[in-house]
Design a protein around this ligand. Structure first.
Ligand code: AP5
Length: 216
């Protein structure tokens, strides 16, 4: 099963993607996480991506498509949950081509939705562990000890691109370049499902599970 999680910054794609994959055995493939790892490791890819990410702009399609192709070449198991990919029509077309070569197609497009004020508050409150990747929120899911990861006791950080100005830009970029993918997939006859993202994490996960089971 190939699942695409589509939605604006802060809607919960990462949070839900991790849980969904733990539950189903699908592989979680987040292009944002791959880029942040490349930045931490100081690779040429990470250096190229840095400026775009800090400004809240998209990293060029050619870079992203190459990165996803490479990640898929080593993929095994029952399928993949894409988180933050595709983000442009060019990326969606490239994904169709790669899946075609593998004899697969998109099983579900899950569109997560929430109002901008909810997204802005979530991103302002997000704290992430750079060591193990766990994600917390000072408003909705605080760590037991301030700024310390519950899972591995490392220091938590506020993502550099979660500042108000960059968040505004990321939301604009989402509306302009990524939201049109909903029509792209609907026009292509792909199974698109809409999920209310502004509800408790477990309820969102339940809605995703129901949408996965719904073959209509
Ligand atoms: P990326 O890392 O993909 O960021 P994003 O899409 O902006 O999404 P976020 O990670 O901000 O939010 P999320 O939806 O995953 O929410 P989360 O679960 O963390 O991309 C970053 C940058 O990389 C891009 O700007 C771009 O530069 C580049 N990039 C990445 N992919 C690219 C691509 N394909 N093409 C080009 N460039 C690319 O939740 C957010 C917060 O809310 C957390 O604190 C969480 O605890 C909390 N929360 C989650 N769910 C709930 C809930 N139900 N109730 C209360 N709080 C909740």
């Amino acid at each position: 099963m190939i699942v695409i999680l589509l939605g604006p910054p802060g809607v919960g794609k990462g949070t839900q993607g991790v849980i969904l994959c733990e539950r189903t055995g699908l592989r979680h493939l987040s292009t944002g996480d791959l880029l942040r790892r490349a930045r931490r490791e100081g690779t040429p890819l990470g250096k190229e991506a840095q400026g775009y990410m800090d400004r809240g702009e998209l990293v060029p399609d050619s870079v992203i498509i190459g990165m996803v192709r490479e990640a898929l070449a080593t993929a095994s198991g029952p399928g993949v949950v894409f988180d933050g990919f595709p983000r442009t029509v060019a990326q969606a077309e490239a994904l169709d081509q790669v899946l075609g070569e593998l004899g697969r197609d998109v099983g579900r497009v899950m569109v997560l939705r929430a109002d901008d004020e909810v997204l802005v508050k979530r991103l302002a409150g997000r704290r992430s562990c750079t060591e193990c990747g766990a994600v917390f929120n000072v408003h909705f899911n605080p760590p037991a000890q301030e700024n310390v990861c519950d899972r591995c006791a490392s220091q938590l950080t506020h993502r550099a691109d979660d500042n108000p100005e960059t968040v505004r830009n990321r939301l604009e970029v989402y509306r302009e370049l990524t939201e049109p993918l909903i029509a792209f997939y609907e026009d292509a006859g792909a199974p698109v499902r809409y999920i209310e993202g502004d509800q408790p994490v477990d309820d969102v996960q339940q809605a995703l599970a129901a949408a996965l089971d719904d073959d209509s």
